[in-house]
Design a protein around this ligand. Structure first.
Ligand code: ZN
Length: 409
């Protein structure tokens, strides 16, 4: 039987677990050590450490303490791993806990986190998704059911001291260009809510004050939120410290490309089964700066799509130069307006784009002045026909089932 290397207790705070941490720092002690070739199971909190409840009120999303996230399980040391190596991680399987077969999706309030479409959806909202085997459905978003492309949103190795300094320097420089911005340009180190695993006392305080937040993806991987990094994939991570220090968390039952809703995908607590190996000196051998990976041989098969185009002209009609961020936003907004014609609220349509196996593509980046991005909406996730036809859209949904809306504060 495979060893469960890291066990957690969902009834206790993540802060009471010394095998969990919520910052990146080279000095966070390993909680276990394995050998190349070993496989093992790691249990994980949901990314917020249980702040979001299975109910019909979005007050918890509105009031979430984002300085606490993400709670990661680890770090796990690998014998013989040294800076410059590649840590090869096979994601053998992932699952939810039997007594916690649900997940959440939400949009943060613009005043507390924001998101990709925060100007259009400035208030906190959430939907709850129930898992039935490999499928999921939500009482808050009727008319859709889909198979989970289950994956860790966040996985990577500890940074070296030099790399941590580089992160802090460049992210502070960006933050300082507009320090009053809401939401902020970057999440800078913040010691008060840092959880440094097995570090304690002054050492933990000192390290917590400079440790990197877990929000952005970085050179080590981290919070990449790539839906295709699913069970069955093989990932090659750069190693920066002796032992590597692999940590993982932020498990997603499913997610659309871009994780546009930010809170987030379909977020869940659960377990992940991993196997590790090493390629000595692999960073240099293969010119690896950021992780690379091979996808799973098994993925849900959705091969019919309605594809929405977007160009780099913003909502006010202003022309932007080859801006794929704006182009993808337009593709998403176009899909939302389309789905509203079938009776969905805008919030429900937004939730579908954040949770379902939606693909996002950068389709063109050379045809000045417009970038073109496309959003691929799988048609078979709907319980009704969403294709255009000569008779026009029929309202399949009465629109009365709204994603719960909490008052903004
Ligand atoms: Zn997530």
């Amino acid at each position: 039987m495979t060893d469960t290397l890291i066990k957690i207790d969902l009834s206790k705070s993540a802060y009471e677990h010394d095998n969990v941490h919520n910052r990146w720092h080279p000095d966070i002690p390993m909680v276990a050590t394995v050998k190349p070739g070993d496989d093992f199971i790691i249990e994980c909190f949901d990314w917020t450490g249980g702040q979001i409840k299975n109910d019909d009120d979005a007050a918890d999303v509105r009031d979430v303490d984002l300085s606490q996230v993400h709670f990661l399980s680890g770090p796990v040391g690998v014998e013989g791993a040294e800076p410059g190596d590649l840590l090869v991680v096979d994601i053998l399987d992932i699952g939810a806990f039997d007594d916690s077969l649900w997940g959440f999706n939400g949009f943060f309030s613009k005043k507390n986190g924001g998101g990709f479409l925060t100007e259009h959806f400035p208030e906190a909202q959430k939907s709850i998704w129930d898992f039935n085997g490999m499928f999921t459905k939500s009482r808050h978003v009727p008319g859709v059911e889909f198979a989970g492309l289950i994956h860790p949103g966040l996985i990577g190795c500890l940074p070296s001291k030099e790399l941590l300094e580089e992160w802090n320097t460049r992210e502070t420089a960006l933050f300082d260009t507009d320090p009053e911005r809401v939401p902020p340009l970057a999440t800078l180190p913040y010691g008060d809510t840092a959880h440094m695993g097995r570090m304690s006392g002054d050492a933990a305080k000192e390290a917590g004050a400079e440790a990197a937040r877990t929000v952005p993806p970085r050179e080590h991987g981290g919070n990449c939120d790539i839906k295709d990094l699913s069970r069955g994939s093989k990932v090659y991570f750069p190693v920066y410290v002796d032992g590597g220090g692999l940590s993982v968390g932020d498990l997603h039952f499913s997610q659309g490309d871009g994780e546009i809703t930010f809170c987030g995908a379909i977020e869940m607590a659960g377990w992940i089964h991993l196997r590790v190996n090493l390629i000595k000196g692999g960073m240099e051998k293969y010119a690896i700066k950021n992780p690379i990976f091979k996808p799973s041989p098994i993925t849900p098969r959705y091969d019919d799509y309605l594809i929405f185009e977007g160009i780099s002209v913003d909502e006010q009609g202003e022309q932007h130069y080859l801006d794929v961020h704006i182009a993808y936003r337009q593709a998403c907004l176009n899909a939302i307006e389309y789905l509203k014609k079938f009776g969905y609220s805008g919030a429900q349509a937004y939730a579908i784009l954040g949770t379902a196996p939606v693909q996002g593509h950068i389709s063109g980046v050379v045809d000045i002045p417009n970038a073109c991005a496309t959003l691929w909406l799988p048609t078979d996730i709907f319980e009704f026909d969403v294709k255009p036809n000569a008779d026009g859209p029929t309202e399949y949904l009465d629109g009365s089932v709204e994603v719960p809306l909490a008052p903004d504060v």
